[in-house]
Design a protein around this ligand. Structure first.
Ligand code: NI
Length: 229
């Protein structure tokens, strides 16, 4: 499933992030690519460590941690420390590829993240650059994604995807992966839909409505059956 998550960052956090990004040391994006994707990848990236990257990671993780819809959609078990990339000028595109299935977290003793969910958090406004759509081959057809700054898209790590050439301006984004407590994309989708409907029922009938209590129980019982902690 493809899920658009709105307002991950506040206007203030976005401004802070963009200030850091404007003076950050960009390098070749191929540093973190796999063998196949290195051939397709032509963009710039921040180093995986360093004070700027750490400050930016903190901003993104804070946004994720308070976002109930993100939590419900991703059911995160582990989040790969967010990375930051830029497309524009001569380094402006990333052809079709699939992300590596497993990523090693830098600076740990071989800690790994299975990439169940891929995430792109947009940090430039759509009218600041031409092109740069994230094109994802989904089960329901090809999706072209270009979101407001501060918004994020989640999509299955199994999808073939690319970033179209940026022909004007710069597309700046954060990208990372999530190992979910629920590995199956289909089960995650069912849980997310159920949770969204439950929220709307709670608003209409209140927390104490017996059907709301019962269905909340069903949600948690399904989750308990499918979760892998
Ligand atoms: Ni990718």
């Amino acid at each position: 499933m493809l899920q658009h998550i709105q307002h991950v960052l506040t206007a203030d956090e976005l401004r802070q992030a963009r200030e850091i990004l404007a003076r950050a040391p960009w390098g070749d994006g191929r540093a973190t690519a796999g063998v196949q994707s290195a051939l397709a990848k032509n963009n710039e990236q921040l180093p995986q460590d360093g004070p700027d990257t750490r400050a930016l990671q903190e901003i993104v993780l804070r946004g994720l941690n308070r976002h109930a819809i993100f939590f419900s959609a991703a059911l995160p078990k582990r989040v790969f420390p967010p990375l930051f990339n830029r497309y524009g000028g001569a380094a402006n595109a990333f052809g079709d590829h699939v992300d590596n299935a497993v990523r090693f977290i830098p600076g740990t003793q071989g800690e790994r993240v299975r990439t169940d969910v891929s995430c792109t958090l947009f940090l430039a406004e759509p009218d600041e650059y031409h092109g740069g759509e994230l094109v994802i081959a989904d089960t329901y057809g090809t999706q072209r994604v270009k979101l407001p700054a501060g918004d994020m898209v989640l999509y299955p790590g199994t999808s073939v995807h690319r970033v179209e050439p940026v022909t004007r301006g710069y597309r700046v984004a954060s990208f990372f992966w999530i190992e979910s407590m629920v590995r199956s994309d289909e089960q995650r989708r069912l849980l997310f839909d159920m949770d969204q409907h439950l929220m709307s029922l709670r608003t209409r009938f209140g927390e104490a409505d017996p059907a709301v209590i019962g269905l909340t129980g069903t949600y948690h019982n399904l989750l308990r059956g499918w979760v892998d902690t």
